[in-house]
Structures are given as C-alpha cells and as structure tokens.
Design a protein around this ligand. Structure first.
Ligand code: BJW
Length: 248
C-alpha cells in the first residue's frame, strides 16, 4: 500500500477553507511553473545560480549592456514559448471561475496563468511578452504586448522612435507598476490567501501575505521547501504544488 502524502490532512483543511471563502487571493512565484519546465530563480538549477541578477535584471545592467540583457530575455522567451500550464495552473484557473471574488497576483512573467484561463491575473513583475520604449518616447504606449518569436532584431528597436526597446518586466530597484500595486492593495483585503511556489524573499511581493494576515485573512503556503513565510502562515503544505493542487 502506498503511504498517504504528508500534506493530505492539510489539503482537507484547505478544501474546507476554499469552500467557505468569499474573497480568495492567490500569490504565485516561479515554483508554480517549475513543473512546466520554466526555470526558477533561486535554488537548484535556478537562473540566479547560473547568472548574476545584478548583471541581467537591473536598469544599470541594461544601460551597460543592452545586447547581453536582451539575449537573456530572448532565450527565456524562446524557452517559455514551448511551455504549457501544469495541473497547479489549472487548479488556480478553476478557483478563479468558482470563487465569488478572486485575484491571482503573480510574480511570474511567463504568461502561463493566462494560458490556463485564469481570471483576474495581476502581473506584479510585468511580462516576458511585453515591451517598453527604453527612452519612454512621446509616441510609444507605456507598454505593449509582442509575441513575435524570434525578436525582429537584436537588440530590438522601438517602432515609434527607433530608440532601444526594453523588456516589460520589473527589475530590482524599479517600482511595481502602479495599477498592479493598487490591485494588490485591494486583493490583500481577502478572507483567504494562498501563496504558491515563491521563495518569499523579494519585496514588496513577499509582504502581501503579512498584509492579508493583518487584515484577518487565513493564510496558506504551498511550497516544495520551507521559506521565510512558512512560520508566519496559518497552514503550510510542503510539497510540489502540481501534486498538492492535483489532489484538491
Ligand atoms: C516549488 C516547486 C514546486 C520549486 N512546487 N514550489 C524590503 C526589504 C529588503 C529589500 C527590499 C525591500 N523592498 C524592496 C527591496 C529591494 C528589492 C528586493 O526585494 N530585494 C531582495 C532580494 C532583498 N525589491 C525591488 O527592488 C522591487 N522594487 C521595489 O521595491 O521598488 C521600490 C521603488 C519604489 C518607488 C520607486 C522606485 C523603486 C522590484 C523587485 C523586482 C523583482 N524582479 C525579478 C525579475 C523579473 C523579471 C524576470 O523574470 O527576469 O522578479 S527578480 C525574480 O525574483 C523575479 C521573481 O518574480 C522574483 C521572485 O522570485 P520567486 O518567484 O520567489 O522565485 P524563486 O526562484 O526565488 O523561488 C521559487 C520557489 O518555488 C522556491 O521557494 C522553491 O522552493 C519553490 N518551488 N519548485 C512548489 N514544484
């Protein structure tokens, strides 16, 4: 007989909380997309183990070497374009259709929540598929979607002013887009928050769970490992999100 997985009892508690919730907010990080083949940032095989974040994910790095930064993002666009939502994304999409009020705040830039059909996704750190004019020229919109694969030129240029383009993502030291921040400020006023697959090390995303708890929400973490948030949540399920959420 196969033993029950360690999270089985906690899954029962989460199920009953989901059934009673009127306002659910889910916060996701790279771990939810790991089973889809998208590399995470920290931990084994993570991007920041192979590359220095300061060389690739800061405005200074882009100013210094736009070609190098674009090569990194072009490689990730290519990789992610081959990836598909996994059972964890699909479970979140199902909640988004069932729960009376629902928000998914994702730090991920891969677009897999949208591909799974999740309603009301807030892209806290932007998207791999968005572009911005690096010069913020007068004619270009602040951000626009571009799913062309591969990129038309390297580094790509703004179709409005021919200046440099930059990826529409949030780098270290940059502000979270104000619409995303405002949506998150509303979403933390929830009765249930489920935080899935994030190391809870990058702020302000890592503080959302505390804001929800302060408001009185019941807080749950689903992660393959323990994180700085584990001891602060009401319920921690330690294991792969794609298996735990499939069990639901
Ligand atoms: C599984 C699994 C499976 C694996 N199932 N689980 C307060 C205190 C200290 C510092 C700061 C602070 N406030 C701000 C800062 C500075 C900074 C920061 O937080 N630094 C920390 C590193 C200390 N924050 C910022 O700079 C932010 N901006 C800001 O605060 O601006 C202020 C400002 C205001 C006004 C004007 C100007 C400025 C911006 C942060 C931007 C982060 N950007 C990145 C790159 C995005 C683009 C790209 O993708 O290239 O976002 S960095 C990277 O980290 C990416 C991610 O979204 C983010 C979070 O990573 P995540 O999702 O947690 O992934 P991992 O890999 O770390 O963890 C994966 C987890 O999954 C692990 O726990 C695994 O166990 C788990 N896992 N498989 C379940 N199958």
């Amino acid at each position: 007989m196969t033993p029950n997985p360690p999270w089985q009892e906690a899954v029962g508690e989460l199920k009953s909380r989901l059934a009673r919730s009127r306002k659910l907010t889910v916060v996701t990080g790279a771990g939810i997309s790991a089973a889809s083949g998208v590399p995470t940032f920290r931990g084994e095989g993570g991007l920041w183990r192979q590359y220095r974040a300061t060389d690739l994910a800061t405005p200074e790095a882009f100013r210094q070497d736009p070609q190098l930064v674009w090569e990194f993002y072009a490689w990730r666009r290519e990789l992610v374009s081959q990836c598909h939502p996994n059972p964890a994304h699909l479970a979140v999409a199902a909640w988004s259709r069932r729960q009376p009020e629902f928000t998914c705040i994702t730090q991920n830039v891969d677009g897999l929540h949208e591909a799974a059909g999740t309603r009301n996704v807030v892209r806290f750190h932007g998207s791999l598929w968005e572009m911005q004019c690096a010069e913020a020229c007068r004619d270009a919109p602040s951000s626009w979607e571009d799913r062309r694969e591969p990129l038309p030129e390297m580094p790509p240029r703004c179709p409005y002013c021919r200046g440099l383009l930059r990826p529409g993502v949030v780098w270290f030291g940059e502000a979270i887009p104000s619409a995303a921040l405002q949506a998150a400020q509303q979403a933390v006023l929830c009765d249930l928050m489920v935080v899935i697959g994030t190391a809870s090390q990058v702020y302000p995303a890592a503080s959302l769970v505390d804001a929800a708890a302060t408001h009185g929400a019941y807080t749950v973490e689903i992660n393959a490992e323990t994180t700085p948030a584990t001891s602060r949540v009401n319920l921690a399920l330690t294991g792969p999100a794609e298996q735990i959420l499939a069990d639901l």
